[in-house]
Design a protein around this ligand. Structure first.
Ligand code: BV8
Length: 237
């Protein structure tokens, strides 16, 4: 019987809701490498390009993308599991919340929020990023930036995550290619804590050998099955 679970999700858990993943199109967006768009340098070099990258994804969320069975199953696990569950997501969409999760650690930030580059104050995003979307915290309004973690920036909530990984007895990575650090290193921390580790993905990732168990297939199908097994008190195999 497990007591303390850490779950890491990536873009693959939102794929069945219709949101693009990063590496399906080999990490390209409008012929730009994501690593070139999702960076502070990229933003200061060409704010309009980076704003367009986020505005497009924000508008897609506004058009009513729905959570899928995997998001809902994780929310059920958080509500019904007798022990502790920490849900960490690399995703900046709000589908875990839409699926019923009350507590989500967005380590790469959130698409539905903007941040004042001067005061670092965070605001709900109510209009697209642009020259007229200014903060209200500074005497001279500053153009809000996406409240997301770009390459080279420090992810959020790492202390809490590393603390949970050091104590966990089950770590599950769902729909992530395991290519972006420090998230890609979490399975190593879980292994050092002696946890069971499970990878749920369409295909083996480059982290495959670091996981004890693997479920190959769609998150929408496999995550509900795994959650039912855990809630029934079964160990994974
Ligand atoms: C940092 C922004 C300092 C918002 C993103 C070596 C060691 C340590 C660091 C580095 C290193 N080398 C380089 C670095 C730096 C860099 C990095 O990792 N670069 C990579 C390219 C090598 N990391 C950083 O800069 C990070 N900051 O390191 O700070 C530090 C150092 C140490 C300790 C602490 C701090 C910041 C990284 C954050 C970058 N921002 N996003 C946004 O625009 O979204 S990352 C971006 O890629 C997304 O956020 C996404 O989360 C992330 C990873 O992608 P995945 O979620 O895994 O998605 P992907 O498409 O890759 O894979 C989808 C998977 O789903 C696939 O496997 C597919 O098979 C599967 N799938 C698809 N459909 C389904 C499915 N599975 C199941 N069911 C389905 N239906």
């Amino acid at each position: 019987m497990y007591q303390r679970i850490v779950i890491l999700t990536g873009a693959g858990i939102s794929a069945e809701s219709g949101l693009k993943t990063f590496r399906a199109e080999d990490g390209l967006w409008e012929q730009h490498r994501i690593e070139d768009v999702a960076t502070p340098e990229g933003y200061w070099r060409n704010p309009e390009l980076v704003q367009r990258f986020y505005n497009e994804r924000w508008q897609q969320l506004q058009q009513g993308v729905e959570a899928n069975a995997a998001h809902r199953a994780l929310a059920r696990l958080q509500q019904q599991f007798h022990g502790e569950v920490l849900l960490v997501t690399q995703n900046i969409d709000n589908l875990h919340q839409a699926g019923g999760s009350q507590s989500v650690l967005h380590m790469h930030g959130e698409l539905v929020k903007g941040r004042c580059p001067k005061s670092q104050q965070v605001f709900p995003l109510t209009q697209p990023f642009g020259a007229d979307n200014l903060c209200t915290c500074c005497a001279i309004g500053q153009m809000l930036r996406p409240h997301v973690v770009w390459f080279g920036e420090m992810p959020f909530g790492l202390d809490r995550t590393y603390d949970a990984l050091a104590k966990c007895d089950l770590f599950i990575a769902i729909g992530t290619s395991g290519t972006v650090y420090p998230a890609a290193g979490f399975v190593e921390q879980a292994n050092q804590a002696g946890a069971d580790t499970l990878e749920i993905n369409l295909a083996p990732t480059e982290r495959y050998s670091q996981f004890d168990f693997h479920r190959k297939g769609k998150a929408g199908t496999l995550v509900p099955e795994v959650v039912e097994q855990i809630l029934a008190g079964q160990l994974l195999s």
